[in-house]
Write a protein that binds this ligand. Sequence first.
Ligand code: GLC
Length: 454
Amino acid sequence: MNDKETSLDGAYQLLNDAILHYQGHPVGTIASADFKVAAENYGDCFIRDFVPSALVFLLDGQTDIVRNFLELTLNLRDQQEQLEGHQSLPKVMPASFKVFFDQYGKEQIRPDFGDKAIGRVAPVDAMMWWVILLYAYVKATGDIALAHQPKYKKGIQQILTIFLRDRFEVFPTLLVPDGCFMIDRRMGVYGHPLEIQSLFYGCLKASLFLLNNAEIENQDILQQSQKRLEQLTDYVRRYYWLDLARLNEIHRYETERFGDDNHNELNIYPESIPPWLSDWLPDEAGYLVGNIGPGRMDFRFFAFGNLLAIVFGLAEPEQAAQIMKVYDQRWPDLIGRMPVKISYPAIHGKEWHLLTGGDPKNRPWSYHNAGNWPTLLWAFNAAAKLSGREDLAEKATNIASHRLHQDNWPEYYDGKEGRLIGRRSNFRQVWSATGYILARKLLQNDQLLNLLKF
Ligand code: GLC
């Protein structure tokens, strides 16, 4: 067998070893099947980690496990305990759940709504991924009747209600705390991080499709979702977009201007442009910046947010093409020796200290602070294909084929170009393997793209 066949074989073996059962049925996959795992909860099934597993299962016709997962996680929402000082809970989805046997030998399930995880982070992305996965399931099976069951309809509407609730906000984007998505530690990603906005877009699109003709009482929620979707799309395409023309504009921005007739509405100070940016940004290319708020533009390049914006269609086709151009021209920085860099560049020194709280796991060029994450390869390939850059998808997949399996499926890699296995990385990380399987499938056909197309 060649590198590619051995890798694919190894990836499938790992996926099979990772399947989690509850009451005799397969219901998910654990995060890492490494038995010397670092954190206790890597034996849990994480909602976001299960997504690439689920997509593999859907493409391979093993749809039952996905359906079991959707059902189980929907039911788990009701197990959330009342927090002291809160009247009623919004019923979020858990970040993860564990299946275990108690002292009486009884099988139990323990969800983590962010009340157990390190740093007690609320998983805002879990609900969004759940709806998007339900959409992919319906596309794969044609089983729209599942989404129209009262329990599911109610679940989707409750999720929309949480996201569309009035807040102290004037923007159509979603305001969230630090670390509430794939980057689940303090990394200065509070506010309006791009990844959450891309997922929000996907979640609204998926919900509108699933609730269409579903006979729901609350028609208002559909109108509101549609309106928000339009505003969100315009806003992200306009304000998050950064290319050379826009950088020039920001570089010469007038600040402290009051009123309607003002191009610098968010009062971004030109002084906040980081020194690395003007030489780094290629000509005739651009990307969506990491975060935007009053007086704040986080110029870092966050891979998953950009890639999902392409996959779900939040980025315009021309923007998508330009994002892929950044990848092409900054390949060593954004792909390097292992696809795909999670964020670029790393934050250092005082900035690292202040934004992460001095987190040693997130030291420069490691883990969430510009480490390289193999799981992102599927989103990279999907985005590359959608923008007509199959050549980049092939090139990135070849890099992974040579190393990932041999290295025993690390969770992440360290270093500017991702040459080293992450210092505290798990091995046998399941979404590294499923990301690879999906990446390979994407090179063969468009089935996965069809499941996620809105
Ligand atoms: C890390 C990642 C998170 C993932 C979890 C399980 O905490 O940051 O995104 O869900 O590991 O793999």
